[in-house]
Design a protein around this ligand. Structure first.
Ligand code: SF4
Ligand code: SF4
Length: 95
């Protein structure tokens, strides 16, 4: 049985998580809650998606991240072309 995944509409939106490595503090919460077990720690303990095809787009990683370091990137949606390591102010500064 998978945690609380049933509490959210399954595949209500398609997308895979994009991580802001600067904001991730390597707490491991998203890894612990991912019902598909497709998130793993990198060498610094920060979360990364290791199996995009296995992700069911449930959004739990985004919901549970206390540091807003995860965004479900919906193809064609807002922020689709955003660099996950760069926030809007940084992007604006370049212009
Ligand atoms: S969206 Fe769901 S299945 Fe995909 S990585 Fe996040 S918690 Fe795991
Ligand atoms: S929950 Fe957020 S801060 Fe914690 S490991 Fe996952 S992405 Fe990083």
């Amino acid at each position: 049985m998978s945690h609380t995944a049933e509490a959210l509409p399954q595949n209500s939106r398609k997308g895979i998580p994009v991580f802001n490595v600067d904001w991730c503090k390597a707490c491991g919460i998203c890894i612990a809650f991912c019902p598909q077990e497709v998130l793993k720690e990198d060498e610094k303990g920060k979360a990364r998606l290791v199996d995009p095809d296995g992700c069911n787009s449930c959004g739990l990683c985004e919901v549970y991240c206390p540091d807003f370091a995860v965004v479900i990137d919906v193809p064609g949606g807002d922020g689709d072309d955003a660099d996950p390591g760069e926030d809007e102010s940084q992007a604006a500064a370049r212009e």
